[in-house]
Design a protein around this ligand. Sequence first.
Ligand code: SF4
Length: 409
Amino acid sequence: MKELYKDKFFRIMPQTLLAQLPESEQAFIREIAFQHQLTFQELKQVTEIALDFNTWNEPSIVDVWPDSLSIQTHGREAKKQALHSIRESWNKLKSEPNSYRSLSNTASPNTQKPKLINRTKVQLGLGTCPVASIKTRCCQLLTLDAVENCGFDCSYCSIQSFYHGNEIYFDTHFGDKLASLSLDPNETYHIGTGQSSDSLMWGNKNGILDALTAFARNHPNVILELKTKSRNVAYLLKHSLPKNIICTWSLNTPTLITHEERLTASLEERLNAARKLADRGILVGFHFHPLVHYEHWRQDYGAIFEKLQSMFHPSEVVMVSLGTLTFIKPVINRIRNREFTSKILQMPLVECDGKFSYPDELKIEMFSCNKGQTTFNLNIVSENVVCPLLYCPLLYNLLRLFRDLPCSQ
Ligand code: SF4
């Protein structure tokens, strides 16, 4: 017996994100689903488009859906025209540079207080970067999970798909495990703690920074990178650090920090914190990751490049890396599931090695940003570059740590 559309709708509906929409929009989509007998894929896409319009603070699906008068045909053709029209509106918004002017500065961050949980892990969380694959040009970074999950609220963050909500995990035996890690003394390792959390926001809680400092001191063949969006450098200013600890800041424009990197330190606070460490002779670095394409991106990123040049001498800066937005499917779903405003998914998403990112032309344009005397003109060797690229003259300074080389200028 043929299934009634009503029964089909209630069978397929739970597999979509329809329940995340306001009641009025759910009712509207239900109505058009019944009218046009939407298939599962069509219902799923219309729902995702409706969620995107809301997250981007654009007119809702109810406002954008073409009215019956503008559709001249009936039946299947009418459905085809309506879906085509809604997809066109969605694609137009994604292909234009985003404007943050319509978003308020007070977009609500995830303000639930993080729950700090001590637990004992079986093993030390040391592994290869999750982005590494045969299609990736990898910088060979090893990731060390000193803390798992983050207290900041960046809309694009990929760790939100690995950990549970606001629970932050500390390994009670992290220091012991790290102290007993054996490494090949003939190898050079680049190890970072900023992939499973922010490296500095927790300070020395549970002795994490004590353990990391001792580890770096015992292994001069390790470049230990502490990567942060915080201004929390109190521990580093108070203690003497081995020279193979480098501190890097993920930087973004004030517009992006306000709207997409909630709860993090401002650009000025990050740069001032880096300046304080550089004044103590600690090598610092900067990651422009993610570079986000939006109106005025060129001027805004250019202004940061100029500021960096005025605040730091090249001999103080160990690396500058560039990278764009890259999403995995579960992160896209998590963003669509959240009740907040963000423009981060308002971009043309192109699939590459199972991940979604900007089309290559846009990446090339962004990696070739020219502003005043600053030129980041990087060679993109593979069309599947999803990893940050290092700006080589500054990477030279990293090598300087281990070899007797003069400063790069
Ligand atoms: S600071 Fe890093 S780890 Fe923390 S939420 Fe932002 S992107 Fe994720």
